[in-house]
Design a protein around this ligand. Sequence first.
Ligand SMILES: Nc1ncnc2c1ncn2[C@@H]1O[C@H](COP(=O)(O)OP(=O)(O)OP(=O)(O)O)[C@@H](O)[C@H]1O
Ligand SMILES: [Mg+2]
Length: 122
Amino acid sequence: MPPILGNSQRIEQVVVNLILNACQALPDAERAIAISTRYNRTTASAILVVRDEGVGIEPENLSRLTDPFFTTKRESGGTGLGLSVSDGIIKEHGGRIYFKSAPGAGTTVTLSIPVIKEEQTT
Ligand SMILES: Nc1ncnc2c1ncn2[C@@H]1O[C@H](COP(=O)(O)OP(=O)(O)OP(=O)(O)O)[C@@H](O)[C@H]1O
Ligand SMILES: [Mg+2]
C-alpha cells in the first residue's frame, strides 16, 4: 500500500465512524463486520472497505446518508453528523465515500483516497 498524504487523526475519525455505524447496524451477535484495504493501481487510490451484515439501508435513504443531521437513530442518541463530517474530511483529502446497501442485505462502505504522486515525494 503506497502512502497517502493527510491528517491521520482526521482519517482515524472517519474510520472509527464507519466501524461504529457498521457495528450499530448489526441486529444480533451472529452477524459480522469485515474490514479490508487494497491499492487501486488504475485510480492510484488507497481503498478501505467496511462491510457489515447489518440491517441495510432503504433505497430512498441512500442519497441522504451524508446530509448533516440525517439519522434513523434519533431514539438511540444518533446525531446524524458521523457521515456528514466523514464525507467532508475525505473530500478534503481529495477522496470519495461510496455506499452500497439494500434492506436486509447489509452495507458496504468504500472509501477511496488518492495516494501520494511521485512528484509530491521529491
Ligand atoms: N452501516 C450502516 N448500516 C445501516 N445504516 C447505516 C449504516 N451507516 C449509516 N447508516 C445510516 O445512515 C444514517 C446516518 O449515519 P451517521 O453516521 O451520519 O449518523 P448516525 O450514526 O445516525 O449518528 P452519529 O454518527 O452522529 O452518532 C444512520 O442513522 C443510518 O440510518
Ligand atoms: Mg454514525
